[in-house]
Design a protein around this ligand. Structure first.
Ligand SMILES: Nc1ncnc2c1ncn2[C@@H]1O[C@H](COP(=O)(O)OP(=O)(O)OP(=O)(O)O)[C@@H](O)[C@H]1O
Ligand SMILES: [Mg+2]
Length: 342
C-alpha cells in the first residue's frame, strides 16, 4: 500500500482580512468570496457518462448494444462540493481517499482544472468510486458502480492530514456519502470545534449521533425522514426538526426540500425560503451546491440566514443547467438583483 500526501497550498489569511463582527454589512462580491477558505472532507467519486447510439439488440443476450460515441466525466460527491465552492471563487482544500488507479488520476486532474487544492490519499487496496452511466437515445440504460471502503490505515493517515489542514481554513464541510471515508467524523467535528471552526455536514444514514456538535447539518427530505420519521403537518415537521437540532447540539438544521425550497431551523427561529428555479432541467447535485454555497458565504462573513438565502439562489441556478453543474458569482449576483426573474 502506498499513501501519497501533498501540501494543499492555501496561504494563511492576513490579519487585516478579518472583520468584526463577522457579518456586519455582508456584501456578496467577488472580493469577499476570494477571502473565504474552506476545507472539504468526504467521499469523492468520479461521475462518468458514456453516450452512444443504440441500433441493435445483442446476439448474446436480449440487451441493447450501445456504440459509444462520446464520454463525459465530472467530479462527484465531496469533489462536486469542492468544485462548486471553487467556482464561487473561494480557496478550497479537499481531503479524501482514492484508489491507485486511472479514475483516481482522472479525479486529480479534473480537480486541478477546477482550482481545487486536492489532497487525495492513495489507497492501493481500494478502487476509486466510479459511477458509470451508459446513455443511449437520451435515456440512461445502465449505471455501473465501482466502490470499496478505504482501509483503516489510510483513514488514520487522513485524520492526521486533517489535523494539519484545519488551521488554514475558516469553515469545514464534511460531505458524507456513506462510502466509509468519514469513519472518524465525530473526532473531526470535535477537532474543528476546538479550534473555533464552523462545521457543516451533509448527512447520510440513520445514525446522526455522529454529527453531534456540528454547526449545521443539511439533510434533504428523505434523509431527515430516515431519522425523525414521517411528519404530518408543517408544525409537526418543525417540532421534529427542532428536537433533533437540540439533541445534536447543532446551531442550525437546514432542510433542503427540492421543489419546496429550504427551511432553516435555528434556536427559536424558523425561516423558509421558497425554491427559486424558473426552469428545472437536472436536479442532481443541487444538495452539493447548497452546502458548498452555504460554506463559502459563511466563510466570507455572511450570517447563517443570509448564507442560506444565497445558497437557495445558487441551487435554483444549478437545477436549471444540465448535468451536475455549478453557479458562478456573476450568475448569483444577477439572480439576486431586486426584480430579477430567475
Ligand atoms: N425541482 C426543483 N425545483 C426547484 N428547486 C429545486 C428543485 N430541486 C431542487 N431544488 C433546489 O435545490 C435545493 C436542494 O435540492 P434537494 O433538496 O433535492 O437536495 P438533495 O436531495 O440533497 O440533492 P442531491 O442529492 O441531488 O444533490 C433545494 O433546496 C432547492 O433550492
Ligand atoms: Mg444530497
Amino acid at each position: 500500500m502506498s499513501t501519497k500526501r501533498a501540501g494543499h497550498g492555501i496561504s494563511p489569511r492576513r490579519r487585516t482580512a478579518r472583520r468584526s463582527p463577522r457579518h456586519a454589512g455582508f456584501r456578496l462580491n467577488p472580493e469577499s468570496l476570494r477571502r473565504a477558505r474552506l476545507l472539504i472532507v468526504g467521499d469523492v467519486m468520479l461521475d462518468r457518462y458514456w453516450f452512444g447510439e443504440v441500433s441493435r439488440i445483442s446476439p448474446e443476450a436480449p440487451v441493447p448494444v450501445v456504440k459509444v460515441e462520446r464520454t463525459e466525466e465530472r467530479p462527484g460527491g465531496a469533489a462536486n462540493v469542492a468544485r462548486n465552492a471553487a467556482a464561487l471563487g473561494a480557496q478550497v482544500a479537499l481531503l479524501s481517499v482514492v484508489g491507485d488507479d486511472e479514475p483516481g488520476d482522472r479525479l486529480r486532474s479534473l480537480l486541478e482544472s477546477a482550482r481545487v487544492h486536492a489532497n487525495l490519499l492513495r489507497d492501493a487496496s481500494i478502487r476509486t468510486t466510479v459511477k458509470l452511466r451508459v446513455i443511449g437515445r437520451q435515456q440512461q440504460l445502465l449505471r455501473i458502480d465501482f466502490e470499496t471502503t478505504p482501509s483503516h490505515e489510510v483513514l488514520l493517515g487522513k485524520l492526521a492530514d486533517y489535523r494539519a489542514m484545519l488551521a488554514d481554513c475558516d469553515v469545514v464541510v464534511l460531505s458524507d456519502y456513506g462510502k466509509g471515508g468519514l469513519t472518524h467524523i465525530a473526532q473531526m467535528i470535535r477537532l474543528a470545534r476546538l479550534q473555533g471552526k464552523r462545521v457543516l455536514v451533509d448527512p447520510k444514514g440513520d445514525d446522526y449521533s455522529r454529527y453531534r456538535g456540528a454547526t449545521v447539518v443539511t439533510p434533504n427530505r428523505n434523509e431527515l425522514r430516515e431519522v425523525v420519521g414521517r411528519w404530518e403537518t408543517e408544525a409537526d415537521l418543525t417540532e421534529r426538526a427542532q428536537t433533533l437540532r437540540r439533541q445534536l447540539k447543532l446551531e442550525a438544521l437546514l432542510l433542503t426540500r427540492s421543489e419546496e425550497g429550504m427551511t432553516l431551523y435555528e434556536d427559536g427561529k424558523v425561516r423558509h425560503e421558497p425554491a427559486k428555479a424558473r426552469e428545472v432541467f437536472d436536479v442532481s447535485g443541487a444538495g452539493d451546491t447548497v452546502i458548498a454555497t452555504l460554506a463559502v458565504m459563511l466563510a466570507a462573513g455572511a450570517a447563517l440566514s443570509e448564507a442560506a438565502r444565497i445558497a437557495n439562489y445558487a441551487a435554483g441556478i444549478v437545477v436549471g443547467k444540465l448535468g451536475t453543474a455549478v453557479a458562478q458569482p456573476e450568475e448569483l449576483l444577477r439572480a439576486m438583483r431586486p426584480g430579477a426573474d430567475m
